[in-house]
Write a protein that binds this ligand. Structure first.
Ligand SMILES: Nc1ncnc2c1ncn2[C@@H]1O[C@H](COP(=O)(O)OP(=O)(O)OP(=O)(O)O)[C@@H](O)[C@H]1O
Length: 281
């Protein structure tokens, strides 16, 4: 008579194996950073970092605390100007981005520590994401008349679509300061989407969330990428999430690039394993 392990082995051999998930392929480069070095006085936050982000992909930036991940996002959206290196975005080569230029050319970002107007409603916070798209100036808008009224209605309708998409209808009038953390993160994502970005930078979108909230956020990130075709670069500490949703992963450690590749390549990279297990350099 076969023992239990033989039975289990026979059963698993008989089970049809799940079809492999086809690897998504991307060819067009949306953004490339080349030899970026960023210093704060004597502290080198980034040293000679190069990588690219392809149009349509979900790209993760990971690394231990202080590795330089947020600094990298800040270089990409122009908050920090690197001392060395260059950025090519949408085929245009530049020494550094400027925040306004980054925003007006389609780069939106969320922050590690939520940066919303806490006293304002969800809808009004999301509307602030439309400001760059508004043609009439803020004084004319105050009149809420004629063309201004029409423009405001169109922007409002766009925001309502995002509210539906992210399933936050029930809190559209709630001041965001009263919302639980997970929902505030979702409102921040909504505001970034209101900018209709081509490149969305997410700084720890799932930090501080419970399992259910994380699952929701993963689903929304994948849906945004899928339905709007938005390219996404995200920093995330939850390795399960990173490996599940990213097409490619770049790993930073002490401001240097340690590895770059598919989740499988990165997962099996010895230098990455050492960095995460704290092997001394
Ligand atoms: N504005 C700043 N002034 C001085 N030093 C800074 C500044 N911003 C970042 N640094 C330093 O640069 C290094 C990289 O920091 P950064 O916040 O980019 O890392 P991180 O990988 O995002 O870390 P964490 O996962 O903890 O958020 C750290 O040594 C940090 O102290």
């Amino acid at each position: 008579m076969p023992d239990a392990s033989q039975t289990a082995a026979a059963e698993s051999a008989a089970e049809p194996s799940a079809p492999p998930v086809p690897e998504r392929r991307f060819s067009e480069t949306l953004l490339e950073v080349k030899n970026i070095t960023l210093r704060f006085g004597g502290v080198k936050a980034l040293t000679d970092i190069s990588f690219d982000i392809k149009k349509g992909e979900i790209r993760a930036i990971i690394g231990p605390n202080g590795a330089g991940k947020s600094s990298m996002l800040n270089v990409i959206n122009g908050f920090y100007t690197p001392q060395e290196g260059a950025i090519t975005y949408k085929g245009r080569h530049r020494k550094a981005m400027r925040p306004h230029e980054a925003a007006s050319t389609g780069i939106a970002r969320t922050f590690q520590n939520i940066a919303l107007f806490k006293g304002m409603s969800t809808l009004d916070n999301i509307m602030t994401g439309r400001l760059l798209k508004m043609k009439s100036n803020i004084f004319l808008q105050a009149l809420y008349w004629g063309p201004n009224q029409r423009e405001e209605s169109e922007h409002r309708a766009f925001c309502e679509r995002i509210i539906d998409f992210l399933e936050i209808q029930a809190i559209r009038k709630t001041p965001v300061g009263r919302l639980p953390y997970g929902l505030q993160k979702r409102v921040e994502l909504a505001r970034a989407l209101a900018m209709e970005p081509d490149l969305l930078l997410l700084d720890e979108p799932m930090a501080g969330m419970n399992v259910e909230e994380k699952e929701d956020m993963c689903r929304f990130v994948l849906d945004v990428n899928d339905e709007f075709g938005t390219t996404i670069a995200l920093i995330e500490h939850d390795m399960g999430v990173v490996m599940d949703i990213s097409d490619r992963v770049v790993v930073l450690d002490y401001g240097r690039k340690l590895a770059d590749g598919t989740p499988d390549e990165v997962r099996s990279n010895q230098a990455v394993i050492d960095a995460y297990l704290g092997v001394s350099h």
